[in-house]
Design a protein around this ligand. Structure first.
Ligand code: FES
Length: 177
């Protein structure tokens, strides 16, 4: 090998080794920088939702729709506040303050939003026409189970508290998602 060839070879080899060393040392740094990419965190309401005085839900009145709002939804670099996660239908079913029934408005069939049909005084899912009684039971349609009951309680000062939960759709059994 002549001198110019040797110099050229050494120059290329040095660059190749340097580049490899550089990549090895930069990779962990890149991993740290890109780490949150693609990750999303939904901060559900950590405490039960305060729906106001339990007495405002009156026997014989139609169900009331309550929106469930997450305080914060974060992805890798941004945070959105006040994001609607879902909704619930709330009905008084007895005279005591805690006699309140709350149902998730997420259809257990394939997850569409269930509405209240005042003409028939029951719930209807517009996607595939599953119909549900106010008790949540399936009356007709493809849904394999009734509307999912959500936990409710009454605080010492008479306020109605609702705990938001999501359940798996498309199955007969109620199971937390
Ligand atoms: S999603 Fe409600 S009936 Fe299909």
């Amino acid at each position: 090998m002549s001198d110019p060839d040797r110099r050229k070879f050494l120059s290329i080899a040095t660059c190749a080794i340097g580049g490899g060393v550089g990549l090895v040392s930069v990779a962990p740094v890149l991993r740290v920088i890109l780490d949150p990419a693609g990750k999303e965190t939904v901060t559900s309401p950590s405490a039960p939702l305060d729906l106001g005085p339990a007495a405002r839900f009156v026997a014989g009145e139609p169900p009331r729709r309550v929106e469930v709002i997450a305080p914060v939804v974060k992805d890798a670099w941004t945070a959105a506040r006040g994001v609607v996660l879902g909704a619930a239908w709330v009905t008084r079913i007895g005279p005591r303050p805690g006699d309140v029934d709350a149902r998730s408005a997420i259809c257990p069939h394939l997850g569409c939003g269930v509405g209240y049909d005042p003409a028939q005084n029951n719930y209807l899912c517009p996607c595939h026409d599953s119909r549900f009684a106010l008790s949540g039971d399936v009356l007709s349609g493809p849904s394999e189970r009734g509307l999912d009951a959500l936990p409710v309680s009454v605080s010492a000062d008479g306020r109605l508290l609702l705990t938001w939960e999501r359940y798996k759709i498309g199955q007969a059994t109620k199971e937390r998602a």
